[in-house]
Design a protein around this ligand. Structure first.
Ligand SMILES: Cc1cc2nc3c(=O)[nH]c(=O)nc-3n(C[C@H](O)[C@H](O)[C@H](O)COP(=O)(O)O)c2cc1C
Length: 191
C-alpha cells in the first residue's frame, strides 16, 4: 500500500532528530533527519534515511561523494536548528552560514571533514558502510568512528511534525506484577 507523506495513520511513531552534516559537491551542508537510528552495537552502526534516490538531496549526494557524514542528535533546546536544517535545500541555501550568523556554534570533528553541532545530545562521526534504496527513501548506514554523549542533555523528541521534550519517566512494573509475569512464563513455558 501507499501511505504518502502526512498520513494520520502513520502519526504515532516517535523519533529523535539527527542533524546530518556533510561536506561535498554541495559544499558544507546540514539537514534534519528524524529517521536516524542506532542499528547495531558491535560494530556500532547508525542509519540515516533520506528521501529519494542516492543523490536526490544535497546531503545524500554529499555522502555518496565523500563516504562520510556527521550525526548530531539534537538536544531538546535545539528545535530552531532542526527547523533551519530541515526547512530548505542545501543546493539553494548555505544553511551552515545561516546557522552560524544566527549564533549557533559548530565543533571540528576528529575523523571526518564535516563539523558537528555544539550543544547536541550526542556527536557521532560516521564512515559510510552502505547505501540501500528502500521504497522512497535511501538508507545510509554509517560505521561509527567516534561518539561523544553529553549526559546533561536530553534528546529532542519528534512525532508527526511536532517537537517535544521527554516527559515523565514511567516506572517498570511493581514486584507483584513481575512475580505474576514469572509465574505465567513458567506456566506457559514451551517444553
Ligand atoms: C524535524 C525534521 C525531520 C526531518 N526528517 C527527515 C528524514 O528523516 N528524512 C528526510 O529525507 N527528510 C527529513 N526532513 C526533511 C529534510 O531535512 C529536508 O528535505 C532538507 O531540505 C534536506 O536537506 P538537503 O536538501 O540540504 O540535503 C526532516 C525535516 C525536519 C524539519
Amino acid at each position: 500500500m501507499d501511505l504518502g507523506w502526512g498520513n494520520e495513520k502513520a502519526s504515532k511513531f516517535l523519533t529523535n532528530v539527527g542533524l546530518i552534516t556533510t561536506v561535498g559537491p554541495n559544499g558544507a551542508n546540514i539537514m534534519a533527519a528524524e529517521w536516524t537510528y542506532y542499528v547495531s552495537w558491535s560494530p556500532a552502526l547508525v542509519s540515516v534515511h533520506i528521501g529519494g534516490g542516492k543523490t536526490a538531496k544535497a546531503t545524500a549526494e554529499n555522502i555518496m561523494a565523500t563516504k562520510e557524514f556527521g550525526v548530531s542528535i539534537a538536544a531538546d533546546d535545539q528545535n530552531v536548528i532542526a527547523s533551519i536544517a530541515g526547512g530548505s535545500h542545501g543546493r539553494e541555501v548555505d544553511k551552515m552560514k545561516v546557522l552560524k550568523e544566527m549564533g549557533f556554534a559548530f565543533s571540528k570533528s576528529k575523523h571526518i571533514k564535516p563539523e558537528l553541532v555544539s550543544g547536541a545530545a550526542s556527536l557521532i562521526e560516521c564512515k559510510l558502510k552502505e547505501a540501500v534504496e528502500l521504497g522512497d527513501h535511501t538508507m545510509f548506514v554509517g560505521e561509527v568512528l567516534s561518539i561523544e554523549t553529553d549526559q546533561s542533555k536530553e534528546p529532542l523528541a519528534y512525532s508527526f511534525g511536532k517537537y517535544y521534550a521527554l516527559g515523565e519517566m514511567l516506572h517498570k512494573p511493581e514486584q507483584p506484577i513481575l512475580d505474576k509475569i514469572e509465574e505465567l512464563k513458567k506456566k506457559y513455558e514451551k517444553k
